[in-house]
Write a protein that binds this ligand. Structure first.
Ligand code: KIV
Ligand code: ZN
Length: 516
């Protein structure tokens, strides 16, 4: 038995992560990520904000019905209707949690809530009690704790614990804290609040100053025993503390931390890839742990050192976090069974046999073009197939693009629009520009293109290109994704997917935007 404390890993990729502009995910995508988190052995999955929309409610419920090994949590403002909806969504869970919050900083109480501190305490207590009437596991967060007054935090937290909160979360909502000071805050709260021993103290740090992981780790040294984090550090604005960095810091520096997690780190890289593929947010190459260069040694001196003795320059083993497990998987001669089995190992399960057949046909076509098929290729095929099968107003029928030195590029695109084929030709400054102009001439969406990015899914010139297109209309932002060995076709697919998302978009409530 280890003498170390357990550090609870609370993942909020599906809730705070989804608050990143453009990171909206479908129910099926959320379920895939939830399964990957379960495989990682995450303790608590914050599956969403149940009251935000019917879609969010259904996603939380589906995850609660499916995931068995992690606690499933829904966020709720300190309002009866939010708490009741959260309770309903998590009801099927083996273990469920309601996470309710209210802002505690003077600036939020005065300008956002327009409530007095006394009213805020009263509402917090009422909400914790209401949550407690549904479930035993209740988390209470003091939104903007990083800028709240210590005396007030002590008062409201003591009252919340008395009301039944079992976890108390101290969010640095705006990413304002500095490690030493944040550690001090958490230590003071633990020392001064008389019933602090009746709850687990948690932190939830945002990365506006690039300090989310540092602040979380500092809080752990002061006694925090839950950290809230996301895969790849996804999240509102500059994001949240990254799960992979927190977990590996605690594990690698066992000499400094009195805690351990139950995370199975071998699933970190696959989970990171999955989140990146689904959200369309590429992982920067030099990102710690999960970036493509995180374990690559370029300089001759480093390479020589690593070959002689790995630990000269490496503090972690690449395979311990899931690198290199994804080597060559399938080839041209692989059959349907091998294809299906590998997909299942990757956590990909199609809802219908038609989808599986469609994906297998794509796999065979890709294997003809590209001899080696990697896990990343399979993930791209899977998400592409799902998108094609998903209902959407627009679908690509065919396209032809002309690109020649000294000649203006032209694209001819045929789209299926509301069940009828339409064709359009356009010129552009390049083949992608010509393609998008042709599509826009047909659709006239009124969207602004905010981002266009291309990434090679694997190495080599025969790799599939994965394109992300971010569109904005009336303040709503969506990301479309497309993959193909031809990057112009991948671009068209991504653009069309973004158009389908923006036209299908339902209104969602933002948890922190609305007043209590
Ligand atoms: O950043 C924040 O304060 C939050 C809370 C809702 C926990 O996300
Ligand atoms: Zn947050």
């Amino acid at each position: 038995m280890s003498s170390k404390d357990h550090l609870v890993i609370f993942d909020t990729t599906l809730r705070d992560g989804e608050q990143s502009p453009g990171a909206t995910m479908t129910k099926a995508e959320k379920l895939r990520i939830a399964k990957a988190l379960e495989k990682l052995r995450v303790d608590v999955i914050e599956a969403g904000f149940a009251i935000a929309s019917q879609g969010d409610f259904e996603a939380v419920k589906l995850i609660a019905e499916t995931v068995r090994e992690s606690t499933i949590c829904s966020l709720a403002r300190a309002l009866d209707k939010d708490i009741d909806r959260a309770a309903e969504a998590i009801r099927p869970a083996e273990r469920g949690r309601i996470h309710t919050f209210i802002a505690t900083s003077p600036i939020h109480m005065q300008h956002k809530l327009m409530m007095t501190p006394d009213e805020v305490v009263e509402q917090a207590v009422r909400s914790v009690k209401r949550a407690k009437s549904h479930i035993d596991d209740v988390e209470f967060s003091c939104e903007d704790a990083g800028r709240s007054e210590l005396d007030f935090l002590c008062r409201i937290i003591e009252a919340a614990i008395d009301a039944g909160a079992t976890t108390i979360n101290i969010p640095d909502t705006v990413g304002y804290a500095i490690p030493e000071q944040f550690a001090d805050t958490v230590r003071t709260l633990l020392n001064r609040i008389p019933n602090a021993d009746k709850a687990i103290f948690s932190v939830h740090c945002h990365n506006d100053l690039g300090l989310a992981v540092a602040n979380s780790l500092a809080a752990v040294t002061s006694g925090a025993r839950q950290v809230e984090c996301t895969i790849n550090g996804l999240g509102e604005r500059a994001g949240n503390a990254s799960l992979e960095e927190l977990v590996m810091a605690v594990r690698t520096r066992q000499d400094l931390f009195d805690v351990e997690t139950r995370i199975d780190a071998r699933h970190i890289v696959p989970a990171s890839r999955l989140v990146s593929t689904i959200t369309g947010f590429p992982v920067q190459p030099n990102k710690a742990i999960v970036g493509a260069n995180a374990f690559a040694h370029e300089s001759g001196i480093h390479q020589d050192g690593v070959l002689k003795h790995r630990e000269t320059y490496e503090i972690m083993r690449a395979q311990d976090v899931g690198w290199h497990t994804n080597s060559l998987v399938l080839g041209k001669h692989s059959g349907r069974n091998a294809f299906r089995t590998r997909l299942l190992e990757l956590g990909i399960q199609f809802e219908t046999e038609t989808e599986l057949n469609e994906a297998f046909t794509r796999f065979k076509a890709l294997a003809d073009l590209k001899h080696e098929i990697f896990d990343e290729d399979l993930q791209a095929i899977a998400s592409d197939t799902r998108q094609k099968e998903a209902d959407g107003r627009f679908a690509l029928v065919c396209m032809q693009v002309n690109s020649e030195t000294g000649v203006i590029p032209r694209a001819q695109v045929t789209l299926m629009m509301d069940g009828k084929e339409h064709k359009m030709e356009a010129e552009g400054s390049g083949p992608v520009d010509a393609t998008f102009t042709a599509i826009e001439s047909l659709v006239d969406s009124g969207c602004n293109l905010q981002l266009y990015s291309v990434n090679a899914i694997t190495s080599g010139t025969d790799a599939q290109g994965e394109v992300t297109v971010r569109l904005e209309r009336g303040g709503r932002i969506v990301n479309g994704l497309g993959a193909d060995t031809d990057i112009i076709i991948a671009s068209a697919k991504a653009y069309i997917q973004a158009l389908n998302l923006i036209t299908a978009g339902a209104h969602r409530q933002h948890p922190q935007g609305a007043d209590v």
